[in-house]
Design a protein around this ligand. Sequence first.
Ligand SMILES: [Zn+2]
Length: 264
Amino acid sequence: MMQEIRKKQLSEWAEFIAMSYRKGNDILLEEMAISDDVLVHCDDYESVFDGMLTYDDHQFHIHIDNAHNFHQGRGRFTLAHELAHYFIDEHRIGLQNGLFPPHGSRHDLDTKDPIELEADYFASNLLMPTQLFKYFKTPRKFTIDTISQLAQEFKTSFLSTVLRFAEIGNHSICVVVSENNIVKWFTKSNDFPDWPFKCRVGLPVPATTVAGEFFANRTKKYTGVEDIEPNDWFYPRWTVKYQLHEQCYYSDSYGYVVSFIWFD
Ligand SMILES: [Zn+2]
């Protein structure tokens, strides 16, 4: 966990840079790299890493594995992550002095490594600066389309957009990511009811949830907005007068399911 004061510092610095290099909501990462004389190389690194920042002979280089297009989605997040290592003073100076060895980064939104957490947080603020992300107009009623629209507008990966929305989006949500019926990680907005979960990371998804029903019978792929009861996912501590919903996003290519849970 990063301290709030550190988060604030990183987010303000990332936002300041982003606002200087943008065309509307499109943050111009390559222009940023060029104007700071950081060379970006996109090559076949055989997926050993997604991205890496190195310092050789007084020159910074960013290497991006070409398995992912760095102009959008996951590849773009990787480029932002490597730029973050460059823009965060402690990371850049550490690399120059050899205190912080070059490391290949993987796109892993569940990392626990503090250096990687800082770079991911900075990257997310660089690509989705608060003042642009928060005020981008989406339909009043929340659905998965809200996330898709934001991801398209900011050219960001689906999961990085989910995390940013849970942090500063205009609707309170709870999100559970699962794979093969096992909960991988979850996140929720600060103002989502703080009820104990019926599930835990590393354990099965509750059977009566939309995701749980999918894992029990993979032909039951509900993609619409479903009405559910709070006690499908939680031990509700009080009554909420609004209807609770769940809608699932199924990533066939990466094999995970994302459950969005929200009140009207
Ligand atoms: Zn990294």
